[in-house]
Design a protein around this ligand. Sequence first.
Ligand SMILES: [Zn+2]
Length: 60
Amino acid sequence: MSERAAPAYCPYCGEEDLRPEEGGPRWWSCRGCRRVFEVSFVGLLAPGGSGLEDTDDAED
Ligand SMILES: [Zn+2]
């Protein structure tokens, strides 16, 4: 596997000093606010560019 993508900024405080965190494959910790968060894929934008594309499990 190639190097995983890294978030550029903390989504909570904007700090750039993020490190991969033990405990989850996509966990990152922020040195600025000490939060640990997960970066996860949600879906793709609809062709128009606003909102998520409909998926089979979206409705329920
Ligand atoms: Zn932060």
